[in-house]
Write a protein of this length. Structure first.
Length: 404
């Protein structure tokens, strides 16, 4: 199989800016909680931060005003020496303290020619959820004309032998330290080391061997978090590559996207459910939306729980529309074209929003061992099927890479 990963020239903040003000949580978090992002703005203040390099989805309605400022901040950070080379043609080993323990990963570049988000894709890298193409234009607006990318994509590998990432982590004392800092908003602590030279090449040999073992027509790697960000990078590359020479096609930096590779068998990687909140409807109306699945109240095993300010209602689907409860719920919502909805991490947040006259739908967690078999068998799962950890455990933007 053709090698689909590469080392990258990764930039990091200069020492005086390499503080807890720099890394910021993934842009697709807290979409119904603008106060969270306002708190981050206050915390960052006038300090350089990846907050200036991203468009939080809570502000999608302000994209026309914000995108030019994002592009200018990227150029300014390079021009003023805020960003400096951290790793050249290499990788970054990461250690992230999470609620469930220490999660480790490798930041690298992935060849977008090996990724296809089309339904029924058999590419080596596949999405784990259906791509909603209507969600891509605002993200494309940020990427078009951007000189840098900051990535929150977490790419999963199915490596029960722990042959790729874990050996690098075991030898981390021999690697050059890059950063060691706390993350804002309760995100834990993040450490990073440069993986260069022979150590980098050893990683690629391990990845090649893993891909050969699992390839055939099966899935090799899967986008766990950042599905739509990876799809945006792919759509942008498809635009850029038109008319490029063969030599330019091979070397253009936009052909690649930055990801953090993690092993699905990492004990600190916990799959959490992504709940739904339906705004402006009563519990009776939401029951009507779910009626094709014949929901019945139960005191036993539940498929979902409806939550309002007044009560909880435990439901079992007598006629499920999907193998997973979240799939049944999503099919019902989609069939009624419910638009005023948000996808929320954490039961506390669901209950807070439900207390404001809305209805929450609490869903069970997915067994992560089922992910690769499910994607291989049925293709992409329903959107927002699972979350890798709670919102504050998502990837924070840290390294950046030139794409022009």
């Amino acid at each position: 199989m053709k090698r689909i990963f590469a080392g990258a020239d990764l930039y990091l903040p200069a020492d005086k800016y390499n503080t807890d003000k720099w890394p910021v949580i993934a842009c697709d978090q807290y979409t119904s909680q603008p106060e969270k992002w306002q708190g981050m703005e206050r915390f960052v203040g006038e300090n350089p931060s990846t907050l200036r390099l991203i468009l939080p989805e809570v502000y999608l309605g302000e994209a026309a005003q914000r995108v030019p400022r994002i592009h200018e901040a990227m150029k300014q950070y390079l021009r003023d020496g805020v960003l400096v080379p951290g790793v050249r043609g290499g990788l970054v080993l990461t250690e992230r303290q999470c609620t469930a323990g220490c999660r480790i990963g490798l930041v690298m570049a992935v060849d977008l020619e090996a990724y296809d988000y089309s339904p029924g894709s058999k590419s080596p890298i596949r999405p784990t959820e259906g791509t909603v193409v209507e969600r891509l234009p605002p993200r494309l607006a940020v990427r078009r004309g951007a000189v840098l990318e900051a990535s929150h994509i977490l790419l999963l590998c199915d490596d029960p032998a722990r042959s790729v990432i874990e050996p690098v982590y075991a030898g981390r004392s021999e690697l050059r330290p890059l950063y060691d800092l706390d993350l804002m908003e309760g995100g834990g602590r993040l450490r990073g080391w440069a993986v260069e030279g022979d150590a980098c090449e050893a990683v690629f040999r391990s990845l090649d061997a893993l891909a050969e073992r699992t390839a055939k027509d099966g899935i090799v790697f899967a986008a766990g978090d950042g599905n739509h960000s990876l799809a945006t990078a792919k759509a942008s590359w498809e635009e850029i590559k038109r008319g490029l020479s063969e030599e330019a096609l091979r070397a253009h930096p936009a052909r690649f996207a930055s990801v953090e590779l993690i092993n699905i068998y990492d004990e600190a990687l916990v799959f959490e459910p992504i709940h739904r909140v339906v705004f402006g409807k009563s519990m009776g109306e939401v029951l009507g939306i779910l009626s094709p699945a014949r929901p019945e109240e139960t005191d036993g095993m539940t498929d979902c729980v409806l939550v309002s300010a007044e009560k909880d209602l435990k439901l079992k689907f007598c006629k499920p529309l999907h193998a997973l409860p979240v799939g049944t719920v999503q099919k019902c919502l989609d069939s009624r074209a419910v638009r005023d909805i948000d996808y929320v991490h954490g039961e506390d947040t669901v209950r807070a929003l439900a207390g404001r006259g809305n209805v929450g739908i609490l869903l069970p967690a997915m067994d992560k061992a089922l992910l690769f078999p499910a994607v291989e068998k049925d293709g992409a799962l329903p959107r927002k099927t699972f979350s890798m950890g709670e919102a504050f455990e998502k990837r924070y933007y840290m390294e950046v890479r030139r794409i022009l």
